[in-house]
Design a binder for this molecule. Structure first.
Ligand code: 0RA
Length: 659
């Protein structure tokens, strides 16, 4: 029993110490009762959030200039170690709190900052809840602090100290090490994903140059021919955002040789920006506030756009290149082929929007605007050749936008003219309520036919797509609206794109189905087609993904049969288990049928396995990290073959079974 609990048992509530102890317990209890309020949710996302929360404290320590190495270890039992070489959490005894500062930091909500006023604390997870929340949500946590030549430690159960902070040895360095085991009674998922953690650490390394971040997975040995070693990745970026933007654009053809880089402090707000132009037609701007990806944008993004447009426009006007232009140029034109990362550190960020990833602080707009204007203004003056190339690209973009608008208007006008306006190939559902309606985008006319027979006509619509749809990553914007399959998707969904002010604005108000389901064959071609379709949605209807409308159907890979018994299997594991269970002690042969195409199933089978809401599994498409998605899409869909092959070999889930 901890001292805290003993005190409480004795009912010593009159003195100050016990009153505080009770507050602490109440604070931690509140976190355990409503974990979602503090860390978002208790799914895999919330689980990983615990690690980010601890790492953020170490990142703060490095932003204060005291730490340049952070190690993360996934232990065999899915507990996590985060270790840094900072100053170490203070351990001195606090008269007012009547206990060690370490204990206060670990057990009092939002206490971290109290001891660290001098440092510029800006990092902190989306919820900025502090390490005490992680402690409250861990069945067991240990803290080790190297400081003053000594090693201090304290352990906790569900956030409650098991003993007072004690010294267990001597040391010649400083730093903090935290080991925690997420509480299984709270989290629905307790297994950490190496990929998820490594993506985040990679991102953090680019966003915080000069810090070495290491991730090791002690759960399984990787075969390497000499006994095997643990999966491990080390992330370090000397040049931060410059390298980040080059990575994002590595598969695109560059327009200017080197990224344009800005690092400054405006009105006490640190602003860091790297940007590049490439020959593509897409805009890829990723923005961060205190290391958090602000997918909904906000004032920093608005300031960036304003500064970029004004500065480039002023240069273009002055250079006389726009003199003979017969049409207007707008903000979009300045961002075609632009890849940029914007990272600001804001002392008291106000997050708004549906997912709380939109920066609201109005003062930041001016800071970023000024930073971009100053820096880009100088750059254009000093690099006239690059400046000219960029302005020429902007003019081309404006030309293409006009062509695209004509094509789009033609499509949208035609729809209005031709009665229902729905594509001839669409087998619509009878229901009119988008909330319960689904549309399956099906690869190929023949599978489309089967799906039409198998569906629940009441709420399921089928749109067959012929072969591979256009690769939007490579096509000019106006070509997109020439493509029959893409026009069909737009009109079937009832979604329009483009307004007078913003050629990419999406109008989802008339979306006719709240579930849009991509259904392709369970083989390499099928997954290529679903990637093409996802790329299309990512580039042209991102909002539809963000609002959770896009799904992928999962047809089974095998049918295992024996006599009258039959079982569908989606994984190799299920297949082996089915064979074992069905084969056991009984007569007759077990038959195994590998499904590669939707066409190999009849209508009833397709309904049962893949379309029936009662039984099917849909995978929802989310944009976990827009930057990562962007990199993957451009790599998979671009021209550069080697990185694509490498990625497919690493991730292809069909690679083995088709071989
Ligand atoms: C409070 C004050 C100081 C450092 C820290 C907290 C601190 C917290 C964590 C969490 C993980 N690693 C950490 N490293 C440091 C400043 C202490 C001083 O002034 O020396």
């Amino acid at each position: 029993m901890s001292k805290l609990e003993k005190e409480l048992k004795k009912g010593k509530t009159s003195n100050e110490y016990s009153a505080e102890s009770i507050q602490v317990l109440e604070g931690l209890e509140a976190v355990r009762k409503r974990p979602a309020m503090y860390i978002g949710d208790v799914s895999s996302k919330g689980l990983h959030h615990l690690v980010y929360e601890v790492i953020d404290n170490s990142i703060d320590e490095s932003l204060a200039g005291h730490c340049d190495h952070i190690e993360v270890i996934i232990n065999e039992n899915n507990s996590i170690i985060v270790k840094d070489n900072g100053r170490g959490i203070p351990v001195d005894f606090h008269e007012k709190e009547q206990r060690s500062a370490l204990e206060v930091v670990m057990t009092v909500l939002h206490a971290g900052g109290k001891f660290n006023k001098d440092s510029y604390k800006v990092s902190g997870g989306l919820h900025g809840v502090g390490v005490s929340c992680v402690n409250a949500l861990s069945s067991h946590l240990k803290a080790f602090v190297h400081r003053n030549g000594k090693i201090y430690t304290q352990e906790y159960q569900q956030g409650k100290p098991l003993f007072d902070v004690k010294v267990i040895g001597e040391t010649d360095h400083t730093g903090t090490e935290i080991i925690f085991q997420p509480d299984q009674s709270i989290f629905a998922v307790t297994e950490f994903s190496f990929e998820v953690l490594s993506s985040r650490l990679r991102e953090l390394a680019y966003l915080n140059k000069g810090i070495k971040l290491e991730l090791t997975d002690l759960r399984e040995l990787e075969e390497n021919g000499n006994g095997g070693e643990y999966p491990k990745e080390v992330f370090y970026s000397e040049n931060g955002l410059i390298e980040f933007v080059e990575l994002l654009d590595q598969t695109r053809d560059k327009l200017i040789e080197k990224p344009i880089y800005i690092e400054t402090v405006k009105n006490e707000t640190p602003v860091e920006i790297a940007l590049k132009y490439n020959t593509s037609f897409s805009e890829n701007i990723h923005s961060y506030v205190n290391n958090i990806n602000t997918i909904e944008g906000g004032t920093h993004l608005a300031g960036f756009r304003r500064g970029l447009t004004r500065t480039l426009k002023a240069y273009a006007d002055k250079s006389g290149m726009l003199a003979k232009l017969k049409f207007d140029i707008n903000g979009d034109d300045f961002r075609e082929g632009l890849t940029a990362i914007i990272s600001v550190k804001v002392a008291e960020p106000q997050f708004e929007g549906q997912t709380k990833t939109k920066l609201g602080n109005t003062e930041v707009m001016g800071s970023v605007d000024q930073a971009v204007s100053n820096m880009l203004g100088h750059y254009l003056e000093e690099n006239p050749k690059d400046a000219k190339t960029i302005v020429q690209k902007v003019i081309l973009a404006a030309q293409a936008r006009h062509a695209a608008r004509k094509a789009r208007e033609l499509v949208q006008r035609k729809n209005v003219l031709s009665g229902s306006g729905l594509p001839g190939k669409l087998a619509d559902c009878s229901n009119q309520d988008p909330g319960v309606s689904e549309i399956f985008l099906v690869e190929g006319d023949s599978a489309g036919g089967t799906a039409k027979q198998g569906r629940a006509r009441e709420f399921q619509a089928i749109l067959p797509l012929r072969g591979k749809i256009l690769n939007v990553e490579k096509a000019m914007p106006h070509k997109i609206f020439d493509n029959e399959e893409i026009k069909n998707i737009f009109t079937a969904l009832g979604v329009t794109v483009g307004t007078e002010e913003d050629s990419k604005a999406l109008n989802l108000e008339k979306l006719r189905y709240h579930k849009v389901i991509i259904m392709t064959d369970a083989d390499v071609d099928g997954s290529h087609i679903s990637t093409l379709i996802m790329t299309f949605f990512y580039r042209h209807m991102e909002e539809l993904i963000n609002r959770g409308h896009l799904y992928i159907a999962t047809p089974p890979l095998y049918l295992i049969k024996k006599g009258k018994q039959q079982r569908y299997c989606w994984t190799e594991e299920q297949r082996l288990q089915a064979i074992e269970e069905m084969g056991q002690g009984k007569e007759g042969n077990v038959g195994i049928q590998r499904y590669k195409g939707l066409g190999e199933m009849n209508a009833e089978q397709l309904w049962e396995t893949t379309m029936n809401p009662e039984q099917r599994t849909l995978r929802q498409v989310t944009i976990e990290s827009a930057a990562e998605a962007d990199r993957i899409f451009s790599m998979l869909m671009g021209d550069d073959v080697p990185p694509r092959r490498e990625f497919i070999e690493k991730h292809a889930k069909y690679a083995n079974i088709d071989a």
